[in-house]
Write a protein that binds this ligand. Structure first.
Ligand SMILES: [Zn+2]
Length: 111
């Protein structure tokens, strides 16, 4: 059965039957890993789909901001430019809200 092991140096979480020989992120040896409890593992598994949605929202908000920049450059008329500017600001808010939520998940072991 697969278990989760966390690098005590960088926080990388490994899934497997045992800890990796080296941390894939910071390269410390296996003895720097601790096995996560069932409760800790459940938090990570149950929050993964939600975290993925937040990441996708960040991606989409970034795309919206890029589209707004294109629209602003076209300068069709003042109202149109204002609309793109407002939308770009709203995309920033959406993106930051999702990032703040992810930061909260990380600090609560839901990552
Ligand atoms: Zn590490």
């Amino acid at each position: 059965m697969k278990k989760l092991f966390k690098c005590t140096v960088c926080g990388f979480v490994w899934e497997g039957t045992e800890a990796p020989e080296k941390c894939p992120k910071c390269l410390v040896p296996k003895d720097k890993f601790v096995e996560l409890s069932k409760e800790e593992a459940d938090k990570i598994y149950s929050s993964t789909p939600t975290n993925d949605i937040h990441i996708e929202i960040i991606h989409l908000a970034t795309k919206i901001a890029q589209l707004c920049d294109e629209g602003i450059k076209m300068e069709l008329d003042a109202k149109c430019v204002t609309s793109f500017e407002q939308t770009k600001n709203e995309a920033w808010t959406i993106k930051q809200r999702a990032k703040a939520e992810i930061a909260g998940h990380v600090s609560n072991g839901k990552w």
